[in-house]
Structure formats: C-alpha cells, structure tokens
Design a binder for this molecule. Structure first.
Ligand SMILES: *Cc1c(COP(=O)(O)O)cnc(C)c1O
Length: 480
C-alpha cells in the first residue's frame, strides 16, 4: 500500500472534507433560497471548456474545487429555475445518495446490495399497489425514464411478439403505437429494437395535445393491412412538451380488446398518484401492463432513479432471459432478489434508498404535497398568462408544465417565432431565470416546468415582467 492510497482512504481526512462540503452545500442552498445567486451562471460551452482545461486545484482544499463546480452549474434549487423537468433534490435524499456513493453496493445480485435490494422490492410493490396494479404486480428500479421505457418495450416484445425474438431474431415486422407528442425516447427505443421508422406508428394528437384515441382502430387496421404486427401502445402521463395526460382509460381498453401490451410513460407525472387532487389525471392507469415513473422528476430524488412497474411480475423476468452463470447459479429461476436478471444494468446505484429515506423521514404525504403544490402552480402560471394583454397560452395545463408566448398582431407568425426565441435567449444569458422553449404545431413557444416548491405567484409575475421587458427591447432594437 502506498502513502498516496493511504491518504485517499483516510477516515479523518474524509470527515474534515465531508464537514466542509456539507457546510458549503447548506450555505449554497440558503443563498439560493434567498436569491443571492443567479439561477444560471451562463458561460458559453467554449469558455466553460477553457476554464476547466486550465484548472489546477494544487494545494488548496477540496472544498475549493466543489465551490468552483457550484459556481459554474445550473441551480435547480433556485426558486427562479423553471426550466427542464428535474426536481430540486430534497437534501435528505441527497444524503442517501452520498451513502450509496461511499458504500458502493453494486446491486446486480443480492449479496452486492442486501439492504437496498430488499428496500427496492418493497417500494416497488408499494407503488404498484398504489397504482392499482393488483396482487401479482411488482417492479424494479432503473437508471432513468429512457431506459425504463426501452426495458418495458423489450418486455412487451418478449410477451406479445409471435416469434421468440430474443433467441431467433426478428421473424415478423413488429410495431408500436404512440402519440406524436410522446417523448423522443420512445421513438429511439423502438429503433434500438430494430423496428425502424415503419415500426413506430405515430397517432396524431388532438388540438389540446392528447393522443387522438379515436384514431387507434384505424391505425391498427392499416398496420395489419401492411403486415405490421403491433405489440404495444404507449400512453404518456403526461407528454413532455405540454405536460398533457393521454386518456389512459381509452388506451387501456383498446389494448385489452386487441390483446396489446399497454405501457404508460409516467416518467414525469406518474407521481400524481400520490395527490388526492390530481390523481384523476391517471384514471385508467390500473389497466397498464407496465408503468415508468421517474423519482428525479416529481419525487424529489437526486438524478437518477426510475420505477418500472409490471402488472404481472412474471413478465418482468422474460425481458432479458439470458444465461449469466457467473452471476447466479440458476439463470432460469425467478428470484426477486437478484435484480440484474430483470434490469439492463449490471452494476447500478442504490436507488431505492433515496426514495426510502424521504418516505421514512417525512412520510408519503411529502410526495402528495410536492405534486399538488407544483400542479397548482401550473394553474397559477396559466391564469397570469391569460390575464396578460400580450401573451397567450398554448394549452390549459394539466400539470406543472406550461407553454406560452408573447403575441403581437403586427408581426407575422415567423417574426413572432423569432421574437419568442430571442426572449428565451436573453433570459438564458441574463441568468436570473431559467426557462426553455419548444416547438408546437411548427410554432415556437416558451415553456416552463415548475419544479421548485419555493417558486410562487410573485416570482411567476416577476418572470412575466422579464419576458415583457425583453420583448419590448427586442421590438425597439428591430425597429432601428
Ligand atoms: C423525462 C421524460 C422521459 C425521459 O426520462 P429520463 O429519466 O430523462 O431518461 C421519458 N418520457 C417522458 C414523458 C419524460 O417526461
């Protein structure tokens, strides 16, 4: 053992650096809540690269490095962060993350994560019951909604495809049906599975951005005519751009009639099941064969953890039915405690403890409060936009995602797109607020995801004032 290795594992040095780090992070959280820091300390990607290329910590303490990282990172804990759908991690869940980071239980098999394996099974079963998936349900945790959706579609293929694709490759031309408004990762998952463009049947959205479920029959018949074998329909709960929930009951009933796998992509809003006020948005979710829900979006866990639930636990074992004899003695046996049998990952984080720590310390009411508070804010935001003379909403929000824009009767649609894009660019480089933009029906819209419980109606009004300010400024400049 070298001196250097000794130093790297010295418990006393860890204690000192750890205390300094927690002090730093607590102060940072406080500064953000008191608005004394920007939301987005904007630097161009090239400037950022130069800074870190030339970086040298030298003899300074590790807290200097961590401070420098904080100073150049986006602050999702800032109440004026209203951008992408990442929850400000609850500090208790971040502490659980630290435990996972240090003790590094690898999770693939029981021995490599005894406590967190049992906890994983318990929390998955609990949530599956909450969704009404019934006595045979369970689930796993996986690294993100993207991977959960891919895994669910692989399960759908294992269960519904006429040939055994896993062993024999594709004998049939398979397809899935999903709304055109769905998250891009569904399209990507289908392509990874070799379904190709023709294997992704995009169901048009209604004017309010929901899957037009009246068109399902027609598209299924058309697929059959082309010898496409549809295995699954995916419902969004909600879709990403507008936060709009598909009619899960209609999709679920359609799937039952036609013996199709029903997957619910609840990456963003599956957590609404905790909210008495908003769980009605998920009516019909109990018909799902599988459901994906991100902890790091609406459940306040640090990135990354995702629930993937199965109505029939046996189906989850069919996804990757592959022999890996060095990992487990009996590859064919459905052992709940050897998780890598059912996950794409071999090694993964101890994800369950992030959620479990919050649940044990605060109770399930915390998740209810979070969803209800954030979805209520979506309503507040929409009302403020609607009462604004120069702004309009793209949709009435179901959730905490709202798309809106500045309007101006003297501008062409194209000029209006440019104006809104410019407003978003100014807000980004200004750094006080963070919002994003999206394209809906070929037009540019500003988009907020209200992820932070410290955001309130006053800060929303302040944002709209900034939007108005940049709009006026852009119009004056373009007149010159
Ligand atoms: C965010 C999101 C995803 C992707 O999840 P990741 O955890 O970012 O991989 C998939 N579907 C929907 C509806 C989402 O909102």
């Amino acid at each position: 053992m070298t001196d250097l290795l000794n130093r790297a594992y010295d418990p006393e040095a860890f204690r000192d650096a750890g205390h300094a780090l927690i002090d730093l992070l607590a102060k940072h959280l406080q500064n953000l809540q008191e608005h004394t820091l920007p939301t987005m300390p904007w630097m161009t990607p090239d400037d950022q690269m130069d800074y870190w290329k030339n970086y040298e910590l030298g003899d300074q303490p590790s807290s200097k490095l961590f401070q420098d990282i904080l100073d150049r990172s986006i602050n999702v804990h800032h109440p004026q962060f209203m951008g992408h759908q990442i929850a400000p991690a609850a500090p208790m869940a971040a502490l659980a993350n630290l435990v996972s980071g240090l003790i590094a239980n690898g999770m693939a098999i029981y021995e490599m994560g005894p406590a967190s394996t049992a906890i994983e099974q318990i929390v998955c079963q609990q949530i599956a019951q909450k969704f009404g998936l019934g006595p045979d349900s369970d689930g796993i945790l996986t690294s993100g909604g993207t991977l959960a959706n891919l895994t669910a579609l692989l399960t759908a293929r294992a269960v519904k495809a006429p040939a055994k694709v896993w062993n024999d490759g594709h004998a049939d031309r398979l397809a899935v049906m999903v709304c055109e408004e769905a998250h891009y990762c569904i399209d990507r998952a289908a392509r990874i599975m070799g379904l190709g463009s023709k294997g992704i049947i995009k169901i048009p959205a209604t004017a309010d951005f929901r899957m037009d479920t009246d068109q399902l029959e027609h598209h299924l018949a058309k697929a059959n005519e082309k010898n496409l074998y549809v295995i699954a329909v995916i419902g969004s709960a909600p879709s990403t751009s507008t936060g709009t929930y598909d009619d899960l009951k209609a999709i679920g009933q359609f799937c039952q009639q036609h013996d199709l796998w029903f997957h619910v992509d609840g990456a963003h809003g599956g957590a609404a099941i905790y909210s008495e006020k908003y769980k009605h948005l998920l009516d019909g979710v109990e018909l799902a064969d599988s459901i994906a829900i991100d902890g790091h979006k609406m459940m306040m866990t640090p990135s990354i953890m995702t629930f993937l639930l199965f109505k029939d636990k046996r189906t989850g074992y069919q996804t990757f039915s592959q022999k890996a004899q060095y990992l487990w003695a009996d590859a064919e046996e459905a052992e709940w405690h050897n998780l890598a049998k059912r996950t794409f990952e071999c090694t993964k984080e101890m994800m369950s403890i992030k959620f479990f720590a919050l649940q044990q310390v605060y109770g399930d009411q915390l998740f209810a409060d979070f969803v209800t508070n954030q979805y209520d804010l979506g309503q507040v935001f929409a009302a403020q936009v609607q009462s604004h003379p120069n702004m309009e909403l793209a949709h009435q929000p179901d959730s905490n995602i709202v798309c809106f824009r500045v309007t101006n009767p003297t501008l062409s649609p194209r000029e209006l797109d440019q104006l809104n894009a410019q407003i978003r660019a100014e807000i980004l480089s200004d750094g006080q607020f963070y919002i994003v933009q999206t394209t809906l029906h070929d037009r540019t819209w500003l988009r907020v995801s209200l992820m932070n419980p410290m955001t309130d109606s006053t800060l929303i009004a302040k944002l709209l004032k900034r939007v108005e300010y940049w709009s006026q400024k852009a119009l004056i400049t373009s007149d010159k």
